[in-house]
Design a protein around this ligand. Sequence first.
Ligand code: PEP
Ligand code: MG
Length: 759
Amino acid sequence: MLNYLRSIVQEVNSATDFAEVLRIIVKRVKKATNTGVCSIYLHDPADDSFVLTATEGLKPECVGRIRLKSSEGLVGLVATKVEPLNIENAHKHPRFVYFPETGEEQFSSFLGAPIIHQRKVRGVLVVQQVEHRRFDEGEESFLVTVSAQLAAVIAHAEATGELTRVTSPDRVKKDNEAFYRGIASAPGINIGTAVVVSSPSDIYAVAHRKTTDTSGELDLFRNALEKTKEDLRAVHRGLADKLNDQERALFDVYVSMLDDHSLGGEVSHLIETGIAADSAWSQVIIEHVRNFESMEDTYLRERASDVLDLGQRVLGYLQQSREVRKHYPENTILIGEELAAPSLADVPVEVIAGMVSVKGSRNSHMAILGRAMGIPTIMGAVDLPWRTLENVQIIVDGNQGHLIVNPSAALLSIYEAQHREEKVLAKNLESLRDQPSVTADNQHIALWVNTGLRMDTLLSLERGAEGVGLYRSEVPFLTRTRFPSEEEQRQIYREQLEMFAPLPVTMRTLDIGGDKALPYFPIEEANPFLGWRGIRISLDHPEIFLTQLRAMMRASEGLNNLRILLPMISNVPELKGAIEFIERVYRELTEEEGHNLAKPDIGAMIEVPAAVYQVRELARRVSFLSVGTNDLTQYLLAVDRNNPQVAELYHAFHPGLLQALQEIINGAKQENCQASVCGEMAGDPLGALLLVGMGYRILSMSASNLLRVKAILRLVSLTDAQKMVQHVLRLPDNRAVLNYLENTLTQPEIVSLYKTTIA
Ligand code: PEP
Ligand code: MG
């Protein structure tokens, strides 16, 4: 059965559209279960009914005509009971409904399985049989397995509008406006032109691009083919004496596949129709890989990986020689399958109006960068046909996580009005820049900033930050092709320290690993967030750690505003080890090399659950603690901060997390150790109020959130914030916490501050 299932999946993957997927499923399931009928009924939310959408065995003219409410028929019963229904004599069942036009009367046994995605019934998969027999357990599980696989495909079709095309073709919009959902990750609304960022040498990640310069593209393509052929011949020559005849022949086959009468010709033809060389190459290769993958013969199936390998090689050359730099229009909306910091390297930041990533979630580092730069950002837009969007007009609503592709004039004017309103709110907030950061009852709360990019540093200074609570030192590492040298680092850190001096700057030592991979230091792990990251790498690589510490301390000479923060501390020996390295560098620089330096304060991040329980142990050994709610949330709730599938479960208002945060500040106070928060929760207006109510007096956040947080703190008293904390700590879940806060903070000026932000 497993093999059969695998081959169904393969065939489904090579289908060209959703209707074909459905046809494949009914045909293959009917064959596998050896039954008379297999049908799929899909849920149409327009009238809450289940529509016969594909069948093998019932009369084809009934497709689209048979509709059953969930209170009707056996199909409705499967949907309401959300479990399989297996009956021998369906006609006798009180819920049986007979549709004469289907020709169904001859079928008596019925087995139906619900198709469920994210707890919602999207359809029902049914098999029916002429003779009286009960389907066996194996058949029942097979149907359940196919349904579970089909569910995600249906959800995707719903998001892209394909589902409506098959269930209610008359409701399909005539224009090509399309609406997608993702995870709201940096607030704000912008309208702009999509620029697709492709990952290098990934055949599946090439944008669909058109060209007017067909002869230029053809030259580029021929050149890439020649280089690849030359490579293959060189490998062939080098291995000549180690290969047998058959293996040598394979090289000739590869070379000939690139010829004009084979792949090369197909692609040239596509380029002549106005498709850019890399897009045309990727389309043809993907098609061939699919064909090979769906073959029954194992030998031929395995050839798919050869074609793929050839595809990647040629693509590498194509991308390398595409020297013409991309044009970034004003109001560029950057779109990619997995946007990451290096994707920003060549883009002039001032033109970026929005960022959209298919992968990732609200607390991925790209989202944090989006917030730092004040650029509306949507992550986890899993259904977005991103490859096809180059040059298309798009609205990015970073408040709701909505994306509108090719918006109609009516929708454009609604969003333009909202965009203007936001600008007015931002302007009003600017007047707060020189106002003190105090609660309504005059308690000072220090608002610091998180930095890493030059742009957020400039924004921080404009917003009147009182210090830097988190300088993410890995950011300059991420945008390079090798580790920066001590002197290169010293200059980068010096600039940061100088810009804020005499205000304190908290520099976190390298926090790579997890989702922050350096292109030149790849780490392959099954569970990167539980693996080699942060301080663990620094302690294992003293040569990298010591260089960084030297660069930081040398950069602080004469300024003396450096604080050093250690990421991902999960036990006391790690902290002790790191402190020893810091002390050694300080001694060497001052005693042996004669630098005149103040000893930097040392702090530990509290972002691992074990550190919460050992907060006093840790606090005794450092001058300050900084709470990283982003990681603490993911580790405490066991929810990957990057996974859109579980994004709903990732919430900083989970009472478990709130209790941990209260414990941390209590423990730090008992040890007279300063404690601040530098995770994203500190930059959320409601999150900030709760943290202040718990006792935190320093909050560090993205510069773009600073004025909004200052505004809310100035409108709420410390006493009220404390009362709110007392109440929420007793609530059962994050929804209840949010409802309570929204019902308590009803003043319109306060509501306008938190309604567009995200916790
Ligand atoms: C955190 O985990 O909350 C934090 C501030 O660090 P980062 O987001 O860089 O992991
Ligand atoms: Mg962290």
